[in-house]
Structures are given as structure tokens and as C-alpha cells.
Design a protein around this ligand. Structure first.
Ligand code: GTR
Length: 352
């Protein structure tokens, strides 16, 4: 695989060395990823939320649980999807973590609701199959509302899932119990890729955690190693996550105009936590860490530090949660667990 991208250089060759230029570079990077990787991010549409279930008995009386239907108004029809919102019972506006997840079950093995509530966070769960199926079927749910064209960069499924988180935010930000400047998004694996892509596009997301997101998530493709997923493998198995233009890179027919430090860099100067797992070779923990290092100049141009951890590969159960970009490699396998959540909540609180 050949690579041409430099984070801090525009496509026309000029250097990115001021915050204003970085903001422009961000636009360019988003366009590069839309045109060559994830496909277009669908446009926003007017949104409303309808509460269909509510109980204050949640978490043994510590939280209010709401089931809400988000209605997205397209030109001639409405696309609706459910979200679950759990809000601690206490005064004032609460920070919100939106988890885009593999299940609508709650609690779920990936989501320790009670502990999240005890830490003072409101929690919203978006179930990805409610948005569009994780398959090559582009006729279901939101996919049916987005016309397919011959552009080569129609929205892939990751863009659709990311879009839905932003539409849920449109609604959450109308509520008076949610703190608009403390919005976080978390996702695991393919949904960790989704969380990063959502945060890159949506500047209302102040904190993002990609958990074990690997190839086309946080992992730097340039430092790919044997045993890890490659761009060719991921596109070969899951072409529908992406757009058709990615095929040429998967087949090594053209140099890749992006790498994942650029995706992370597009989130600057906001906060990114990259969580890896020691036994998750497929997601390439060392390359996930390398992207953090590679993305840092996007923060430095704002006078911030970016990644503040080690450059050498971390041992197990080590990392840094203090930088603007955090990185942690926990013990164990591909999973979103309690330790990952504790890290994310600490990371957020470190950056209030
Ligand atoms: C794997 C895929 C990874 C990762 C993972 C997951 O099969 O190759 O990129 O996304 O699935 O989402 O669990």
C-alpha cells in the first residue's frame, strides 16, 4: 500500500500552520474521507423527539429512563428511529454520553448503565440496526431515504450510523437536562469507527472514545502489521461500510489519499480517547497508538499538546488519559467493558 497523505499539508502542497488553516484543512480532510472512504455524510434534516416511555424507577430510583422516537423529516416522508435515554436524578444539566451500540438491550454487557449514572452522566443508546442493517442491503430504514447515485461516494453504512447519532443530538440538545458543552460519543469496533467519523463531522461532540476500532478507525494503516486487519481485507469483507471509491485503494490500484491520523486530526482541538486491548491483534493496538502520535500536530497548531503519552508501544494496562488525545491499552480481548468505560469517564472529567 502506498500513502501520500500528510496531515499538516493541504492537497495543493501548502503548509497548515495556523488555527484558521487547520479549520480549512479539516474541511478538506472530511471531503477526502467522504469521497474515498466512508462516503457522503447525509445532510441534516429537521428532527423532533417523541417520548413514548418514561419511568423514574431506573437504576433503583437513581435515574429517569426514557424511550424516545426520533423523527427525521425528509422532503416527503419521515424516517423514525428509537433511542433510549437514562438521566441521573439530580439538579442541573448533565453531561451526556451517546453510545452507538450493537444491541438495544439495556443494561447490556457493553454498557454498565448504573455505573455511568453513578458517575453523573446521562446515557443515550442508539442501536445501529435501527438505523440501517449491517449488510449490503441499501433499501432498508434510513438507506431507503438516501438516493444511490453513480458518484462512487454515496454514503456507506458507517456514514449512516454516524449521521443518526448527530440527529439524536439535534433532539438531546433541545432538552433542558443535558449540558450542551459536555457531549460525548462512544462506540466499539465498527461502531468505534462510526464514533470517530461522527465526531470528525459534528463539532458539538466534545469528547469521543473509539474502543478497539482498528482498521479504518483509529489504527494507522501505514504501520499495519501481520495479523492485523488491512484496508484490503476490510473492504473485501465489508464493502458496504464504505463507498465504492475505496475499492481502488483496497486493490492497491492507487495510493491512499488518507490515513487514520487525519481522521483523528479532524477532531482537533476537541478530545479523543483511543482505547485498545492487548489481545486484539486484529485491531492493531500499536498502530492505534501510532495514529495518536501522528495526529498531535493538529492540536499543536492550536497551542495544545495533543497526545501526551509515550511514543514507544505501551505494555498491557497502561496509557495516558491526560492529553487532548488519550490512549490506553487494557488487558484482554476485543470487547467494550467496564475498564474502558471507567477510562472514558476519567478522560472526560480530566478535560471538563
Ligand atoms: C471485524 C472487523 C473489524 C471490526 C469488528 C467489529 O470483523 O473486521 O473491522 O469492526 O468486526 O466490529 O466487531
Amino acid at each position: 500500500m502506498q500513502f501520500i497523505p500528510e496531515l499538516m499539508r493541504f492537497e495543493n502542497g501548502s503548509i497548515v500552520d495556523t488555527p484558521q488553516k487547520m479549520r480549512e484543512r479539516r474541511e478538506e480532510i472530511l471531503r477526502i474521507f467522504q469521497n474515498n472512504a466512508y462516503g457522503d455524510m447525509p445532510s441534516p434534516v429537521p428532527v423532533s423527539g417523541e417520548i413514548v416511555e418514561e419511568t423514574n424507577r431506573c437504576c433503583s430510583g437513581n435515574a429517569v429512563y426514557y424511550k424516545i422516537i426520533i423523527h427525521c423529516q425528509f422532503e416527503n416522508s419521515v424516517f423514525s428511529f428509537p433511542v433510549q435515554l437514562t438521566v441521573p436524578i439530580k439538579e442541573g444539566k448533565k453531561p451526556l454520553i451517546v453510545a452507538v451500540n450493537f444491541s438495544d438491550q439495556l443494561p447490556h454487557e457493553y454498557i454498565p448503565v448504573e455505573e455511568i449514572i453513578d458517575n453523573g452522566f446521562a446515557l443515550a443508546v442508539v442501536y445501529y440496526n435501527d438505523i440501517t442493517n449491517d449488510s449490503s442491503d441499501f433499501s432498508d430504514k434510513i438507506a431507503a431515504f438516501i438516493p444511490r447515485t453513480s458518484s462512487g461516494h454515496d454514503a456507506g453504512k458507517i456514514s449512516m450510523w454516524a449521521w443518526s447519532v448527530s440527529r439524536a443530538l439535534d433532539y438531546f440538545l433541545t432538552r433542558n437536562d443535558i449540558s450542551e458543552d459536555r457531549i460525548a460519543v462512544i462506540g466499539h469496533s465498527r461502531l468505534g469507527k462510526t464514533a470517530l467519523w461522527c465526531a470528525a463531522n459534528d463539532t458539538r461532540v466534545r469528547y469521543v472514545c473509539s474502543n478497539n476500532s482498528g482498521c479504518m478507525g483509529a489504527a494507522y494503516s501505514r504501520t499495519w502489521r501481520e495479523g492485523a486487519e488491512s484496508v484490503s481485507r476490510i473492504y473485501g469483507t465489508f464493502p458496504y461500510w464504505f463507498c465504492e471509491n475505496m475499492k481502488q485503494y483496497a486493490e492497491n490500484k492507487a495510493p491512499m489519499p488518507f490515513d487514520q491520523h487525519m481522521l483523528i486530526g479532524a477532531i482537533a482541538p476537541r478530545y479523543v480517547l483511543v482505547n485498545s486491548a492487548g489481545k486484539d491483534d486484529w485491531a492493531d493496538p500499536a498502530s492505534e497508538q501510532n495514529s495518536c502520535v501522528g495526529a498531535s500536530p493538529a492540536w499543536q497548531v492550536y497551542g495544545k499538546k495533543g497526545y501526551a503519552g509515550k511514543e514507544e508501544t505501551y505494555e498491557i494496562d497502561a496509557g495516558d488519559l491526560n492529553g487532548d488525545i488519550g490512549y490506553y491499552k487494557r488487558f484482554g480481548v476485543h470487547f467494550l467493558g467496564r475498564k474502558d468505560w471507567l477510562n472514558f469517564m476519567s478522560f472526560i472529567k480530566n478535560h471538563y
